[in-house]
Write a protein that binds this ligand. Structure first.
Ligand SMILES: *Cc1c(COP(=O)(O)O)cnc(C)c1O
Length: 394
């Protein structure tokens, strides 16, 4: 076919200055830190200021650390699962959601997701609870609010901790407009390159509970309470954020409301422009922070035909977001975890474990990278390409 693609030049993306909000403020921030010669967060002012500013944004205490995965590790360690206890989470997320469970010698248990959104199904979570369950980690996938009110109620009923993974959900809210990140005992955010705002890498763990905050602060710095001398009170690692990352993160934090706001405006335009296409499942814009723009398609011809069709039109798209559910990765399905041992894993994670997640990944879910720099013209190109692919494959 010789039809020219809808789009020839690439859309702005996260590895492209046009698709990131890195500018004069970040440049000044880095130079300020370099000129101070204090680059380690323990001794400088930037990391502490970032914690204050992020804490004020969420009206919680914030602990800065090296990555979103580190923030989740702080959170899991702080809720103190005994070795061999279980933590329930979702099969559709970044591996950073599940790695900290293994690192604390707990067992990940995967509950199935809603077939439309890919977010945890509270009924499936409740059905997965056993006497060994210690916590639930919920992910707000793509920036869409998971049902945190229901999960909070389940956690309370069973005496479990609830951790919110907000790495894709900066400033997202429930459909009623309540900020996400305050339903969990702890919420975790990421500043990795692909997220709404970035310091390259970086993380924040936020909580209203001063005991959890203290445990996380200790875990972040080798269990060291520096006010007491050279004494290590608890097991911990070095997950400190550097002053360079913190200074950039502060400048980025000042831009996050604009980033999410622009993503929302353009995503709402796209939802409206696609609502007439039969067979598509479109996201609910209420509360959505639009890390990506997800939608579902009929099983036939399926998500790979859609992603290929969009790519041929010059619009990047991912079929299924992941290649496989988290539990089907060799790291969980078959490989040793420590030495030659599979400990703490004590079970199989067979295909078919979470059918809704497997159908989304394998057949029905398509995600479009989303970006605050998209113009009306960019969105019009996406609409045009979506209509073309719909006509070709539907
Ligand atoms: C990115 C991400 C993480 C991990 O964050 P890093 O900063 O890359 O370690 C965890 N959970 C989710 C949902 C993510 O999107």
């Amino acid at each position: 076919m010789s039809r020219p693609p809808v789009r020839r030049d690439p859309l702005p993306g996260v590895l492209d200055p046009r698709g990131r909000t890195i500018g004069a403020e970040e440049r000044a921030a880095v130079l300020r830190v370099l000129d101070s010669a204090v680059l380690c967060g323990t001794f400088g002012t930037e990391t502490r200021a970032l914690e204050d500013e992020a804490g004020a944004l969420y009206r919680r205490e914030a602990v800065a650390c090296a990555s979103g995965t580190a923030a989740l590790h702080l959170a899991v360690a702080a809720v103190r699962p005994d070795p061999g206890t279980e933590i329930i989470t979702t099969p559709i997320s970044d591996f950073g959601t599940v790695a900290p469970i293994l690192a604390q010698n707990a067992i990940p248990v995967f509950a199935d997701v809603d077939p439309a959104t890919g977010n945890l199904d509270p009924a499936a979570v409740e059905a997965a609870i056993t006497r060994r369950t210690r916590a639930i980690i919920v992910v707000h996938l793509f920036g869409a609010p998971a049902d945190v009110a229901a999960l909070r109620a389940i956690a309370d009923r069973h005496g479990l901790a609830l951790i919110e993974d907000c790495a894709q959900a900066w400033l997202a809210t429930t459909p009623d407009g309540e900020p996400l990140g305050r339903h969990g005992d702890i919420a975790c955010l990421s500043l990795q390159q692909y997220k709404h705002i970035t310091a390259g890498d970086g993380g924040l763990a936020i909580t209203a509970d001063p005991r959890l905050a203290r445990r996380m602060r200790l875990f972040m710095d080798k269990g060291w309470d520096r006010s007491l001398g050279r004494v290590h009170l608890t097991f911990g690692l070095n997950y400190r954020m550097t002053e360079l990352a913190a200074a950039v993160a502060r400048a980025q934090l000042g831009k996050v409301a604009g980033v999410v706001g622009r993503r929302r405006e353009q995503a709402v335009r796209l939802v409206a422009a696609l609502s007439g296409l039969p067979g598509l499942g479109l996201p609910d814009p209420r509360g959505h922070a639009w890390w990506m723009f997800p939608f579902t398609v009929p099983e036939l011809p399926g998500n790979r035909a859609w992603a290929d069709g969009l790519a041929a039109e010059g619009i990047p798209a991912l079929a299924g977001y992941l290649e496989r559910p988290l539990y089907a990765n060799p790291a969980i399905a078959e490989a040793p975890v420590y030495g030659g041992s599979r400990f703490p894993l004590d079970r199989e994670y067979p295909a078919g474990l979470c059918p809704n997640a497997e159908r989304l990944i394998g057949r029905t879910l398509v995600t479009l990278p989303w970006n605050e720099a998209y113009t009306d013209g960019d969105v019009d190109d996406i609409v045009h390409a979506m209509h073309r692919v719909h006509a070709d494959v539907a």
